[in-house]
Design a protein around this ligand. Structure first.
Ligand SMILES: *[C@@H]1O[C@H](CO)[C@@H](O)[C@H](O)[C@H]1NC(C)=O
Ligand SMILES: *[C@@H]1O[C@H](CO)[C@@H](O)[C@H](O)[C@H]1NC(C)=O
Ligand SMILES: *[C@@H]1O[C@H](CO)[C@@H](O)[C@H](O)[C@H]1NC(C)=O
Length: 467
């Protein structure tokens, strides 16, 4: 009898069928799959080589240390995280009014050099900035701490004051590892007193003009202690009183503070901050950076919102943040607006979708971990003959080539942003950081001078920069 099993047996045993099948398979492999595979492989190899050629030779020299980068990365991801947990508030757009002021600060952060290629203290023009923030010291055992490697740079930097007697040199305390000492230090009066004593001792020993506290950020989630903001305010109060008692020295007290609305609300008692500090350095950059929560391109430091942005996203710009701080009680003259010399890179999901808010799959290859210095951006653009797009809403340029996308600042965008500081009567501009500007004057894209970005800001602040 013919059972189904029997049928199959015959089929499998049929030598003709077998042969036909193999021949067909061979034909398919030989004529279709093989050429396609070879074509794809060749294409991928060529594309890989092409992509390699896109990127200029890079070094880490513009980043003084991985600790500095880690701190910046931390801030960028905290900013990005808050973008998700938004609390929608509508903002309205009206043209801003121009006011006149004659004195502005130009506060420049300088990261201690990590090798011979880094920017050295003696290559800093003592007349470029009004304030130099040496970055970073830390808090260890409730006291200010600088490594033995960094202390000689403090001495060198203070010597710049011999050339420009109006230059103020401050020590900036904080960082990814470095601000881990803050929570314990602010906790009780004894610890705070130890810290304040150490700061005043340090200032006397080295002849510095001030201290800049860069804790990112008091009361940041997830945190056990809900009183960090209060304790931080207490520290500022006690520090101000201690400085006032030392009548023979005028120590500046400044803070580096967050820009996004929700961190401001969590971390600072703004009206007290206004009473106790000389001024704040508003970290109005890293508004957009690739994180898994924010997988799209965006402008690092937009001056205004773009028309694409609504609700919380419309608050993520310099204009909104600076006015927000002012609305909470910070004097305009004490708000120093942060401007970056670095850009943020992204890897596009689709090279043909390449505006702001285009889907991104990660950080770009240019630079390090999504941070690219101005010289790196400059050589990327020039060696690939890329003409950046200048976005007239955010007053910032961006550029892309295949999968690489970068938002950055140039002389033009920083001129607009510094004019905003001047026209709105804010207290000045802060630069993060000198190390990532083109300190060698190697970029042939703009004026070709050394420190083209900081110089553009200085020029736009009217050449009247003073204390
Ligand atoms: C700048 O911010 C202020 C305060 O939030 C707002 O009133 C103004 O419309 C903003 N300007 C622009 C051009 O968006
Ligand atoms: C901090 O204190 C601990 C314990 O007293 C000590 O071992 C450590 O060396 C101190 N660190 C510094 C930098 O002073
Ligand atoms: C302050 O906190 C430290 C821990 O950082 C603790 O050892 C000390 O006893 C506390 N002092 C007071 C007076 O509570």
């Amino acid at each position: 009898m013919f059972s189904p099993e029997h049928n199959r047996y015959i089929l499998l045993q049929n030598p003709t069928d077998h042969w036909t099948l193999d021949k067909k398979a061979l034909l398919v492999v030989g004529c279709l799959i093989l050429p396609i595979t070879m074509f794809c492989a060749t294409y991928m190899i060529l594309f890989g080589i092409y992509e390699k050629l896109l990127y200029p030779k890079q070094s880490l020299s513009s980043f003084s240390s991985s600790i500095v980068l880690e701190k910046d990365l931390h801030r960028a991801s905290v900013y990005g995280g808050y973008e998700r947990r938004n609390n929608y508030t509508e903002i309205q757009r009206t043209p801003h009014q121009a006011l006149d002021v004659s004195i502005f600060r130009l506060v420049c952060y300088y990261n201690f050099p990590s090798n011979a290629q880094s920017l050295q203290v003696n290559d800093i023009d003592p007349n470029l900035c009004t304030h130099l923030n040496l970055a970073f010291g830390s808090v260890i055992n409730n006291s200010i701490y600088l490594s033995d490697a960094d202390l000689p740079y403090v001495r060198q930097a203070v010597k710049l004051k011999a050339v420009n007697k109006n230059l103020k040199v401050l020590i900036s305390i904080g960082g990814a590892y470095n601000d881990r000492g803050f929570p314990e230090m602010v906790l009780n009066h004894t610890n705070r007193k130890t810290f304040i004593k150490s700061v005043i001792g340090f200032a006397k020993t080295y002849g510095i003009d001030g201290v800049d506290l860069d804790w990112e950020f008091p009361g940041e989630e997830p945190v056990a202690d809900k009183h960090q903001r209060q304790h931080f305010t207490q520290l500022l109060h006690e520090l101000r009183r201690a400085v006032a008692r030392h009548t023979n020295m005028a120590l500046l007290i400044t803070l580096a503070v967050a820009a996004p609305v929700q961190i401001v609300d969590t971390s600072y008692d703004v009206s007290y901050v206004n009473d106790y500090v000389d001024y704040i350095n508003l970290m109005s950059y890293d508004y957009h950076h690739y994180t898994r929560l924010t997988p799209f391109t965006g402008i690092n430091s937009p001056l205004y919102a773009s028309s694409l942005e609504k609700y919380y996203l419309a608050t993520m710009n310099i204009n909104y943040s600076s006015h927000y701080w002012n609305s909470l009680g910070m004097d305009k003259s004490k708000i120093v607006i942060g401007l970056p010399t670095y850009g943020h890179t992204f890897r596009l999901m689709n090279p043909r979708n390449e505006g702001p808010y285009a889907p991104a799959s990660g950080v770009g290859k240019l630079g390090t971990l999504g941070f690219a210095s101005y010289p790196q951006v400059c050589s990327f653009l020039l060696s690939n003959r890329i003409t950046p797009v200048f976005d007239m809403e955010t007053l910032s340029p961006y550029a892309s080539k295949y999968y690489e996308w970068v938002s950055f600042d140039d002389e033009q965008s920083l001129t607009y942003k510094a004019e905003f500081v001047r026209n709105n009567n804010f207290g000045g501009a802060m630069i993060y950081c000198l190390n990532m500007d083109d300190f060698k004057g190697a970029c042939k894209m703009g004026s070709g001078r050394k420190f083209p970005l900081v110089s553009a800001v200085r020029q736009a602040l009217d050449g009247q920069a003073g204390a």
